[in-house]
Design a protein around this ligand. Structure first.
Ligand code: OAD
Length: 222
């Protein structure tokens, strides 16, 4: 399975490229970059503090829950998510690869230490308890590479899959977008579930258009 921001939209989490992808007149995709952080870490932290506050108040929805049910039924199940909101883990999914990181983790830009911090407001310029270096969100920003180990596991899961559901992603961010093609090339059936057609709809075996919270639960009905 591959999920993107659309699966959390019905939980109240803004997507990146939709009309709600704007924060204080900044596009979310402009702030989630190493350049933005280097130029103005306080602005980027303000944006992430806002996202942490928002995500701390929402919960998983019927689509996340349906994937938990599916995992209980399917012997080998891997959930690759581009989402950093942690809602799949909160819902109870177990084999989750958070290839873009997790909003509740912070990483020191000096010593590299990663820790979990569920405090919604990290302040203007949070620093590492160990070395005093500036902390950053432990998420993958535009222009940054994915953790090679996690990416390798995601590619492997795609290659050995028999069925891949691609849920709520605009399928424009690589390498995540190529995972469905990997799966298909290796013989899997692939299905897209999205509010609207995407650039990948044509290569899908099935394209189901509508809300993830309505469609995904119907797919796992006994
Ligand atoms: P996008 O915001 O690009 O796309 C969200 C997709 O979800 C769109 O195709 C919508 O049509 C669809 N959608 C919205 N609401 C939906 C609903 N209720 N049911 C089904 N589909 C719905 O988000 P991603 O594809 O996840 O990266 O974006 C990929 C990456 O780009 C993100 O992980 C993030 C972003 O910048 C990083 O943070 C590194």
């Amino acid at each position: 399975m591959l999920t993107g921001a659309g699966i959390s939209a019905e939980s109240g989490v803004p997507t990146f490229r939709g009309a709600d992808g704007l924060w204080k007149n900044h596009r979310a995709t402009d702030l989630a970059t190493p350049q933005a952080f280097a130029a103005d870490p306080e602005l980027v932290w303000e944006f992430y503090n806002w996202r942490r506050g928002l995500i701390g108040k929402v919960t998983f929805n019927a689509a996340h829950q349906a994937l938990v049910t599916l995992e209980e039924r399917v012997p080998a199940f891997t959930l690759i998510t581009q989402n950093v909101d942690g809602l799949h883990l909160l819902a109870g999914s177990r084999n989750v690869l958070e290839i873009h990181g997790n909003l509740w983790k912070v990483r020191c830009t000096r010593c590299g230490r990663i820790r979990l911090d569920r405090n919604p407001d990290m302040g203007r310029r949070p620093v590492c308890e160990e070395c005093g270096g500036l902390l950053r969100p432990h998420v993958v920003w535009f222009g940054e590479s994915l953790d090679p180990d996690l990416l390798g596991r995601a590619v492997e899961a795609a290659r050995i899959s028999q069925v891949m559901l691609v849920i709520g992603t605009s399928a424009v961010v690589q390498p995540a977008a190529s995972l469905a093609l990997e799966a298909k090339a290796a013989g899997a059936r692939v299905a897209e579930i999205n509010l609207e057609p995407t650039g990948q709809s044509g290569t899908m075996d099935y394209a189901l258009h509508g809300k993830a919270g309505e469609i995904v639960p119907r797919l796992v009905e006994p």
